[in-house]
Design a protein around this ligand. Structure first.
Ligand code: DGL
Length: 282
């Protein structure tokens, strides 16, 4: 018997955006227990430097490993773009991000080979989506647009307000003008704005959410490593945050459509066990 089977999955994001990935994991792997960490004290990651994102990501992984997770999902595009490769080279536990999955989903869908990608400044600047999409389908043209205000709008619980609508109108005009047939929601916060974004771009443009494809990728890994949880009961989820605020619970309940356990506070800056080049331990 493989003891890792009963261990939880670690899921991490800068805030509550990773809940959009957690939701898909719960559907596709309903028997898995999950430890969710949202770095609510330090959101947003989008405008921060690569060194800072590396440091935050390593701290999050170090914390999740104290919970004996058997695999980790970096449910944050910015952290995936800036730190996935480094994390995979340092840790033994399987670690996946969300960008390859998003690129695959977009390439499956596009017919006119014009794909829009929206994300944080960090994700867009890294060109990680362009690289992954063109690895899969060389002739796809990628139109990328950073939409930094979308994160604070969702964290504020304003996803379906006039502020969100006006912001979406301004950001998405150039993708509509470019006649993309699909837009990758390249930030895990953005599915929370799906209705507003969808109304702005219209039904003819498909909104691609990398979360589902990510959950399938996780499932494939668990199956191939013989690490799927065999229990029949529904998996549980424990929530941890680096700053307790009421919005996390209320938005999480509304989005996941269920009551959630109160999040517990983590002093995340203390989880500096792994030294990496590019930042100094405090
Ligand atoms: N949800 C995150 C992402 O997917 C980051 C948002 C942020 O912290 O800026 O990129």
């Amino acid at each position: 018997m493989n003891s890792a089977k009963e261990n939880p999955i670690g899921v991490f994001d800068s805030g509550l955006g990773g809940l959009t990935v957690l939701k898909e994991i719960s559907k596709i792997l309903p028997h898995e227990d999950v430890i969710y960490f949202g770095d609510t004290a330090r959101v947003p990651y989008g405008p921060r430097s690569r060194e800072t994102i590396l440091k935050y990501t390593f701290q999050a992984i170090n914390f999740l490993l104290t919970k004996n997770v058997k695999a980790i999902v970096i449910a944050c595009n910015t952290a995936t773009a800036r730190a996935l490769v480094e994390a995979q080279s340092v840790y033994d536990v399987p670690i996946i991000g969300v960008i390859k999955a998003g690129a695959r989903a977009a390439c499956k869908y596009t017919k006119n080979l014009k794909v829009g990608v929206i994300g944080t400044e960090g994700t867009i600047k890294s060109k990680a989506y362009n690289t992954e999409i063109q690895k899969i389908k060389k002739d796809v043209e990628v139109f990328a647009k950073a939409c930094p205000l979308f994160v604070p709008i969702t964290e504020e619980g304003w996803s379906n307000t006039d502020v969100a609508k006006l912001t979406a109108k301004r950001y998405l005009k150039e993708l509509k003008d470019a006649e993309v047939d699909s837009i990758v929601l390249g930030c895990t916060h953005y599915p929370l704005l799906k209705r507003t974004i969808g109304e702005e771009v219209g039904e003819e443009i498909k909104l691609v959410n990398p979360a589902r494809e990510t959950a399938y990728e996780l499932k494939d890994i668990l199956v191939s490593e013989d690490m799927e949880n065999d229990k029949n009961d529904e998996g549980s989820c424990e929530y941890y945050v680096s700053d307790i605020n009421e919005r996390f619970s209320s938005i999480a309940k509304e989005f996941l459509k269920k009551d959630i356990e109160n999040p517990k506070l983590v002093q995340i800056h203390k989880f500096n066990k792994v030294r990496i080049d590019g930042f100094k331990e405090e």
